[in-house]
Write a protein that binds this ligand. Sequence first.
Ligand code: PHE
Length: 339
Amino acid sequence: MDLTSLEQRATAELAACADEAALRAWNTTYFGKQGEVVQAVAKLKEVPPAEKPAYSKEVNRIKVALAAAYEAALAQVKEKTLEQSLTQHALDVTLPGRRAPRGRLHVATKVMREIRAIFADMGFQVYRSREVEDDRTNFELLNMPPHHPARDMWDTFHTTTPGVILRTHTSPGQIHVMRQFAPNPVRAVLPGMCYRHEAVSTRSEIQFEQVEGLAIGPNVTMADLKGTITAFARRLFGEDRQVRIRSSYFPFTEPSIEVDIDWPKDDPNADRLTKGTGWLEIMGAGMVHPTVLRNGGYDPEKVSGFAFGMGPQRIAMLLHAIDDIRLFWQNDLRFLQQF
Ligand code: PHE
């Protein structure tokens, strides 16, 4: 075996390796199981005893030298690859990072919070009431027996369970509040989602929020209702708002009213918002019907109460000149980011 030529050939071939794959192939050729260096070492057995020490010494020197050369070449190639990837896929660490998009409150949430805060200041607690209701609480206990024509005011989503419906207004919450607090006086607002089986349009959605209000106690009068609503309207819309009360009808209040507030004539939106009248409707309300008080566990001879119900989406539309109610639940960022 010609060790000198083996070393020369291996060294030359190693020098010619251009990349890591070539180096690994070289390593197999010389140091693999059948590799030439490995075989040269094995040959020691066949060498005549006199030459053994010299051969052994030389083959080991070559083995160690080639192995070291290989490691060095491999390290160099890896270094070069890293350097290349660093320059080719350069990363400018001085660039500012990508901003995480900042969330914000939904416009409906903001308006709802404003409304709740105003009533909280007037001593109304917030009461949460269920969205899935029974027919009894949504209608009957509110003085609307089955087949009562007033039920037509609320197109209802029924479930497959008879008598279980999605609430069409927050008024059934009045019953829950009364039954929890009777015979004690109570002041509460009940915000939440309502559902109506209506054709969706720019003005009506199948789901929308309402805020119900309820105050019960000895000698609660229409004057209290008027004062509460006026204070609320002035906090929300401006100090010098006038409140106008029109007679109306709801089965669960008697008398029943609808409430308008005046809108400044110099507001460019005044005509659109008030349909030219200068007055804007914000809620239905009235004095709680004696039958409803009784259904809630109160004695109508001893206490009286007022209730109101308003639509915060409607109020948000007025406050922000939003002209399509469907925008509220469409999750369109172009809309949501404006608030
Ligand atoms: N629940 C009524 C509606 O949805 C509003 C209302 C509430 C009226 C309370 C009077 C008293 O139209």
